[in-house]
Design a protein around this ligand. Structure first.
Ligand code: ADP
Length: 419
């Protein structure tokens, strides 16, 4: 570990110089519209020269092995003078108040200070860096500073740092970044198509279920005493899933070709049973109990396969939410009932740990996901399906109570046409 004898040594040779009558009485300097700080870096310069003599060429490596050197070098520097614009920048009531706290306001900052040390070591004629200041009133101000470096050691007794408040540019930049991210997302959406991307997501479930059932059938048949009945039931399960996958593809093609939704009148409970049939293996595997409450009189005038898809997505999301939470109650509940104005209301609630405000704001956006293996299309598709049916979908979530998704669809053809 390299010591920094030069720093301690320089400190012993007397403190930094603090006198600058020329700057303090120069109107041009005092009233300049740009914040200018005059600082004495003479002893820092000497210390850096010693470091150079030790053979140090890479200042970053040097500070990695000597982390205390940043503070030690900073202690060798002092503030000499500041113009009115500096006081304004820091929201200081007077020069005395500012200088009393200058060390606290501008503490050692590796990222910013190292720029000057590197320039000194390299013999550069100027340097420029960034840092965020905190004013007397606690406001954070991002600045870009610039400084010209003199040729001789004496010149370091009066280094001028020019500061530029870049709050506005930073805000514009942040907005630009957000806009670019949004454009990139939008480009992705239009490139693949919101719905075409989701085909993969949607048909993966039934296809993997079909293969699980087929494997189970093979196991029943290859037992010592084959159980044909169980095997038959597994094969029927596999066939049902395969039909589902085909059906979903057909519906997706319909969506892509903008074919209108083919609504039929059906008991609402059937769609819930069909969705539960899809997701219950996953719920069982994760030891999550599923409760259902189905009003006998609840009907839908909708495309049952599409509604089943919405429900399956919401139920799967609920299962994932419960499974990734610490909750001791592991219950997923689904219900459906007829509500007043000719609509049928579905509800899917979980006992997971809810979602953050950021997630709440973005969760229906295509490709938004917080899961490592998520596609972020489930809810976007769910919303487009419900919109296409003239219904509404919304969510309520809290860290204590978990998440509830609700959506409505027309209860009858009459309600659908009168919307
Ligand atoms: P995916 O689950 O494939 O990422 P979704 O569109 O289904 O895509 O969901 C988007 C995001 O919404 C999820 O990544 C998750 O962060 C959040 N989300 C959805 N449902 C729930 C839920 N029940 N509880 C907590 N967060 C959820």
């Amino acid at each position: 570990m390299q010591e920094l004898p030069s720093v301690a040594e320089s400190a012993r040779h007397g403190g930094p110089c603090i006198q600058a009558p020329d700057f303090a009485h120069n109107d041009l300097f005092l009233s300049a519209p740009i914040p200018i700080m005059v600082e004495d870096w003479y002893h820092v310069y000497l210390a850096i020269q010693k470091i150079r003599e030790q053979g140090v060429t890479n200042v970053d490596d040097y500070f990695d092995t000597n982390p205390r050197a940043i503070e030690e070098l900073r202690a060798l520097h002092s503030f000499v003078e500041a113009n009115h614009a500096v006081l304004e920048l820091f929201e200081a009531s007077s020069k005395e108040v500012f200088f009393d706290s200058a060390r606290k306001l501008l503490p050692a900052n590796r990222e910013s200070n190292i720029v000057v040390y590197r320039a000194m070591l390299d013999g550069s004629s100027a340097c420029q860096g960034e840092r965020t200041l905190v004013t007397f009133k606690g406001k954070e101000v991002p600045i870009v500073w610039r400084c010209s470096l003199p040729r001789d050691a004496e010149g370091y007794r009066r280094l001028c740092f020019y500061a530029f408040d870049v709050t506005e540019q930073k805000e514009n930049n942040d907005r630009l970044q957000a806009l670019r991210a949004e454009m990139a997302r939008a480009a992705r959406v239009s490139l693949f198509g919101e719905l075409s991307a989701s085909i993969l997501h949607e048909i993966t479930q039934p296809l993997s279920a079909a293969s699980t059932y087929a494997d189970a059938a093979a196991r029943w048949l290859t037992r010592k005493t084959p159980d044909v009945e169980e095997a038959l039931s597994s094969i029927q399960g596999a066939a049902r899933w395969a039909r589902d996958a085909t059906d979903i593809c057909r519906k997706m093609r319909g969506f892509l070709g903008k074919v209108p939704v083919q609504s039929v009148c059906a008991p609402a409970g059937q769609t819930i049973e069909a969705a539960l049939f899809l997701v219950s293996p996953e719920a069982n595997a994760k030891e999550i109990s599923v409760t259902r409450r189905i009003s006998e009189d609840a009907t839908i005038f909708a495309d049952p396969v599409q509604i089943q898809q919405v429900l399956a997505n919401l139920l799967l999301n609920g299962i994932h939410a419960i499974d990734s939470s610490q909750s001791t109650i592991r219950t997923l509940s689904v219900s459906v009932q007829r509500i007043d104005d000719g609509e049928t209301l579905f509800e899917v609630c979980d006992t997971g740990s809810g979602m953050s405000n950021e997630t709440l704001e973005s969760l229906f956006q295509p490709f938004f996901t917080t899961k490592a293996d998520g596609m972020g299309t489930g809810l976007a598709v769910a919303r487009s399906i419900i919109d296409a049916h003239g219904g509404r979908i919304w969510v309520e979530s809290s860290s204590a109570g978990g998440t509830c998704f609700r959506f409505t669809v027309p209860a009858t053809a009459y309600n659908s046409t009168n919307r």
